[in-house]
Design a protein around this ligand. Structure first.
Ligand code: HEM
Ligand SMILES: *[C@@H]1O[C@H](CO)[C@@H](O)[C@H](O)[C@H]1NC(C)=O
Ligand SMILES: *[C@@H]1O[C@H](CO)[C@@H](O)[C@H](O)[C@H]1NC(C)=O
Length: 509
């Protein structure tokens, strides 16, 4: 997920300045009730005195807090974060209105003041840091679509991706050799995902499976970048940051950004120098250079792809493996399907159409553990009316996909992991169904979905097909703590650490 997130995660930091602002809040509170004319009313929500309260109620698991509030206040709620309206949709109808009917008005993003600074190397350069879906945004969307995520480009890289996943399986197999050692699933899958993306971008691995190499520390920096970008939220909420603060924070952010870009700037430069004579396959960097994209823009796009593409992939794999370990019948069914359809040790992307149960397991994982439970915050670029209520211009808008996907009115036994529920329905990932849309829907639909739909199931299947997984100390998987937390991505609070036991006599990888 991306650093634009406006949900403050470090509530403690926010406390001190809030005290200073209490008088201001009080005035706002008094004026709040006097401004209604003939317009439809604002959506209901928690009473305004907890203006401050709303902020703290959100906490580390805002998707849960907001789902609970929606039970009281309904499927379209208004909260205030500071002085800023926050609209939350929590039903299929609200999701449809927000993401489809009003896609023109409600597909903006709020970009923090720190990033909007004059001369910014991020603002309006990435997809996600575009305030509006304008022509510049369309140009980025279209280069992603044709040169990165198109069926043709993805097909040309099948072999590379399958090789990366084979390296992962071989690495885990080595761990298992001799003394048995537990594997931090999310970590090794992260390294694999980094290389899959880096090979698509510049035809190079960034790390080995211990995380060493030119890309060492990449994800730590991406995470620090996201945290830094989230810090100035207070200023955005109250408009109190000075020019001086902004400069300071922008510098801090650029320091981290620069360190990340340092991984690839040399590689991109080299490509620019020998554009005509480029040998071998064309990668995304070549395509961007040939289409006239500047170095600044290339840096911004690469940063976006690493921020959005890696943790979503590795967290989903971790959740899937965890759910399968806790649900032995599902694990067994998946194994049966794999041993029936797969002849050797290697799962190929071309096997996926023959593996409907695997597909259902992934869908069920994304239902219970979507990496973006609230999608990414949208913004109302103009005032509009939704479900008989007024949405003020510049409101932030969240759609609680997590709450919808666990709503007992829509799903039988919603908290249980039951992949079977997806076998009979035609429900897919495309966001046409407003009961289930882990990749979002409409204009801001995840551009990475075609890649994720190829990579994630092959990784999961490869881990299951080649290994049995047991917990250290032979702990019963039913004991696994399923608590989550919303960072950039919704993560398992306690990372899964499991011991692989090879299921193959001879691994010919
Ligand atoms: C399991 C995997 C993934 C899931 C569930 C997922 C889900 C999402 C969601 C929910 C959004 C926000 C939609 C909205 O705001 O309405 C999003 C946006 C985005 N995703 Fe993904 N994603 C995944 C993987 C990827 C990958 C692999 C990439 C790229 C390599 C990627 C790139 C992006 C980008 C660039 C955006 C921003 C789009 C925009 O602002 O217009 N995602 N994704
Ligand atoms: C956006 O909304 C318009 C009008 O409601 C609709 O025709 C169009 O298909 C929508 N686009 C998307 C991507 O949902
Ligand atoms: C799971 O972990 C969280 C945080 O690490 C903790 O607060 C919670 O009590 C744990 N739950 C169980 C059932 O152990």
């Amino acid at each position: 997920m991306n650093p634009t997130s406006l949900i403050p995660t470090e509530s403690a930091n926010l406390f001190f300045p809030l005290i200073l602002l209490l008088p201001l809040l009080f005035i706002l509170l008094l004026t709040h009730h006097t401004s209604t004319k003939k317009q439809p009313p604002l959506p209901p929500g928690p009473s305004p005195w907890p203006i401050v309260g709303n902020l703290f109620q959100l906490g580390k698991t805002p998707h849960i807090a907001l789902a609970n509030l929606a039970k009281v206040h309904g499927p379209l709620m208004l909260l205030k974060i500071g002085t800023r309206p926050l609209i939350v949709g929590s039903s299929p109808e609200a999701a449809r209105e927000i993401l489809k009917t009003h896609n023109r008005s409600l597909s903006g993003r709020s970009i923090s003041h720190t990033i909007r600074i004059k001369g910014s190397k991020l603002h309006n350069l990435q997809l996600v840091l575009h305030d509006e879906c304008n022509d510049k945004w369309r140009r980025v969307k279209s280069i992603y679509k044709t040169e990165f995520f198109s069926a043709k480009v993805l097909e040309s890289q099948v072999e590379m991706r399958e090789r990366k996943i084979r390296e992962l399986v071989r690495y885990i197999g080595l761990k298992e050799d001799g003394q048995v050692r537990a594997v931090k699933i999310k970590e090794v899958v992260t390294f694999t995902a980094i290389n899959i993306v880096s090979c698509a971008l510049v035809s190079r691995d960034f790390v080995d499976l211990e995380g060493r190499g030119v890309g060492e520390g990449l994800m730590e920096n991406v995470r620090r970048f996201a945290e830094s970008a989230a810090k100035p939220q207070l200023g955005d909420m109250f408009g109190v940051l000075s020019w001086w603060d902004l400069q300071g924070m922008y510098k801090e952010l650029m320091g981290i950004f620069g360190r990340v870009c340092g991984i690839w700037v040399g590689m991109v430069e080299e490509k620019r120098d020998r554009q005509d004579g480029a040998l071998g396959g064309r990668d995304f960097a070549d395509a961007l250079i040939q289409s006239g994209f500047s170095d600044d823009q290339i840096n911004a796009l690469f940063m976006e792809l690493f921020s959005a593409g890696i943790e979503s992939t590795s967290a989903t794999t971790e959740w899937a493996l965890t759910e399968l370990m806790r649900n032995p019948e599902s694990m067994e069914k998946l194994r049966e399907e794999l041993s029936k359809e797969i002849t050797g040790d290697i799962i190929k992307e071309s096997d996926l159409p023959n593996l409907p149960y695997l597909d259902a397991c992934l869908k069920e994982t994304l239902r219970l553990h979507p990496p973006g439970p609230l999608l990414l915050p949208h913004r109302a670029i103009e005032e509009c009316q939704v479900m008989g209520y007024t949405i003020p211009k510049d409101s932030q808008i969240l759609v609680n996909m997590w709450a919808i996907a666990r709503d007992p009115k829509l799903w039988d036994d919603p908290l249980s992991f039951k992949p079977e529920r997806f076998l009979s329905t035609g429900m897919d990932y495309m966001g046409t169904d407003f009961e289930y849309f882990p990749f979002g829907s409409g204009r801001r639909f995840c551009p990475g979905q075609p890649l994720a739909s190829r990579v994630v199931p092959v990784i999961i299947a490869s881990l299951i097909h080649n290994f049995d997984w047991v917990l250290p100390g032979n702990i019963d998987p039913a004991q696994i703590n399923m608590t989550d937390k919303l960072d950039m991505t919704m993560l398992k609070q306690e990372p899964l650490c499991a011991i692989p036991v090879s299921r193959r006599e001879t691994m010919k990888l």
